[in-house]
Write a protein that binds this ligand. Structure first.
Ligand SMILES: NC(=O)c1ccc[n+]([C@@H]2O[C@H](COP(=O)([O-])OP(=O)(O)OC[C@H]3O[C@@H](n4cnc5c(N)ncnc54)[C@H](O)[C@@H]3O)[C@@H](O)[C@H]2O)c1
Length: 527
């Protein structure tokens, strides 16, 4: 015996059989005879399964959630990117079979795993859903199967949890079992990019694994990007989401600084975006949410820590982003204070609880954290969201209120957390008493009622800027906020200066008459 067979002790017949295994799968993929299973039919798995059906594959969709399976069987989609019509077509034609039964895996040629990968309370990875799915798969795995992990996780997971498990059972990854990692990059609610339009990264345990997965995914995704290993593919996803997390943290911090300096961060970002190279706009907000940005970087952080490597960017970004809800609550408190009100006993309406515009996903949503903090401080909190009819918060089910002019007029403060495109912002402004806008959703509407995150506000304490050279002065600030209606604003005569001393300000109309730029100091008679 010569060649590879001689070195490895594998006989020629065996080598041929192994080549046949890969060729057989290749032929099934090319002819669309390959049967596929998608494990986990959520925001990632369901659109993927539908894309596979549209490409001509028969797909078994496995999920453990009976409610979801019931909806799927009835042709009702719960994922924003999958219209009912597409789901009904796939289910009624028999191309998609939603089921809870893992024994269906016995006859499938390829499996895509799309189960959740959350964090524990300690912020360590929680891979229990993945472990359960792999356990179930162990019973039905067979030679020639292609297994692709889509769930976001730390570099090394595919090797440690999939390859090692199946090799311990006697399979040879890359030889008679094909294993890859291919990170899902779907952006729920994005009308421009759907599963088939987003370039797909694929990294296999071996080049043969990568080639087979590329062949399968390349039949319904226009751009396949093969990479050298599963670890690289895992790291690609974490780099992408860490990049977002860090940049969002940067603008969130800028927003806080701009508030203090009396600069509108939104205007700054818009102007900076005019640079045709080297700048990419990110926007501040009430915090980060969803199943990706708050979680994924922590997977990398955890793995790095195991290697005595402390990823300071990740930790700092997580710290800044997760503190944004508290900043918003402080802003609400200050704004109510100007009306001689406090959070305790105030009626507060949160508009939008989804973690981002035009989706129904409330996972990790900062709006819910703001809700919780306000309620803890004694506010009577209600919410409205056109896409989330009810939310589960601390074991309670809370229903979305009906959004009416009377409701807006009856609350002390409206907090805009999610800038859904269906909101009529002019109408909301007209009926509200006070608005804290965390998304610049009211852009272009001039009103003394609006307090914007990351921007100077008429509700900020007068005098806080006056002693700092080069920063905006209180009088100028009011003119920015209140170009026309300045006389209508009722101010308390007493307020505190930057050093905490009590000051008394004259009426605004008198302030307006002041001639010299530094006149604000003369206008203030110390109390
Ligand atoms: N949501 C996104 O925007 C997004 C984008 C890219 C990547 N991801 C990643 O994709 C993965 C899935 O996220 P998702 O948003 O689709 O989650 P999801 O919660 O919407 O869906 C996951 C589904 O898996 C099911 N499930 C859980 N354990 C199971 C098991 N053992 N067997 C079978 N089914 C099981 C759940 O019932 C659920 O229906 C996560 O790792 C996530 O980080 C998500």
């Amino acid at each position: 015996m010569t060649g590879i067979g001689a070195e490895t002790g594998i006989g020629t017949c065996e080598l041929m059989a192994e080549a046949d295994i890969a060729q057989d799968l290749e032929a099934k993929i090319l002819s669309r005879r390959a049967r596929i299973a998608v494990i986990g039919l959520g925001y990632v798995g369901l659109p993927l399964a539908i894309a596979m059906c549209k490409a001509g594959y028969h797909v078994v969709g496995i999920d453990i959630n009976q409610d979801k399976l019931r909806l799927l069987a009835g042709g009702k989609s719960y994922v924003i990117d999958v219209p009912d019509s597409e789901l009904q077509e796939a289910v009624s034609s028999g191309m998609l079979v939603p089921t809870r039964e893992f024994d269906q895996l016995r006859d499938v040629d390829a499996v895509s795993i799309c189960v959740p990968t959350p964090l524990r309370r300690s912020k360590d990875p929680d891979l229990s859903c993945l472990a359960t799915a792999i356990d179930a798969l162990k019973k039905y795995v067979h030679k020639g199967m292609l297994i692709i992990l889509e769930s976001t996780t730390y570099p090394g997971t595919t090797e440690e949890l999939l390859r090692d498990t199946f090799e311990a059972m006697g399979y040879r990854a890359g030889v008679d079992l094909f294993i890859c990692f291919s990170p899902e990059r779907v952006d729920p609610g994005n009308p421009k990019f759907k599963t088939g339009d987003i370039p797909k990264i694929i990294g296999g345990i071996s080049p043969r694994c990568t080639r087979l997965a590329s062949l399968l995914y390349g039949s319904f995704i226009s751009n396949i990007i093969p990479v050298s290993s599963t670890r690289t593919a895992e790291m690609v996803k974490l780099l992408e989401n860490t990049f977002r997390s860090v940049n969002i943290a940067l603008v969130n911090e800028m927003a806080l600084l701009c508030e203090r300096m009396g600069i509108d961060v939104w205007e700054v970002i818009d102007a900076a975006s005019s640079k045709p190279f080297g700048f990419m706009p990110f926007y501040p907000g009430p915090g980060v949410g969803g199943h990706c940005i708050p979680l994924d970087p922590m997977y990398l952080f955890w793995r790095a820590r195991c290697l005595d490597f402390y990823d300071r960017f990740i930790e700092l970004a997580s710290d800044i982003n997760s503190n944004m809800p508290r900043h918003v609550v402080a802003k609400i408190s200050r704004s109510l204070n100007r009306h001689r009100k406090c959070i305790n006993g105030a009626k507060i309406l949160i508009l939008g609880v989804a973690y981002k515009r035009d989706v129904d996903d409330t996972r990790e949503s900062p709006a819910l954290e703001i809700y919780r903090l306000l309620a803890q401080d004694g506010a009577s909190v209600i919410y409205h969201d056109p896409r989330c009819k009810r939310v589960f918060l601390d074991g309670e089910v809370i229903e979305s209120a009906e959004l009416t002019g009377e409701l807006l007029e009856s609350v002390d403060c409206v907090v805009l957390c999610t800038d859904h495109s269906t909101y009529d912002y002019e109408w909301i402004e007209k009926h509200s008493n006070l608005i804290v806008d965390t998304r610049n959703a009211f852009k272009g509407i001039k009103s003394s009622k609006i307090v914007k995150l990351g921007a100077p506000s008429i509700y900020d304490a007068p005098g806080i800027y006056e002693d700092i050279p080069g920063t905006i002065r209180f009088k100028e600030l009011k003119e920015i906020n209140e170009p026309k209606e300045v006389k209508e604003v009722k101010w308390s005569k007493e307020t505190r200066g930057i050093k905490g001393e009590l000051r008394e300000f004259k009426e605004l109309k008198e302030l307006k008459d002041l001639k010299q730029p530094g006149g604000i100091k003369e206008a203030a008679a110390t109390g």
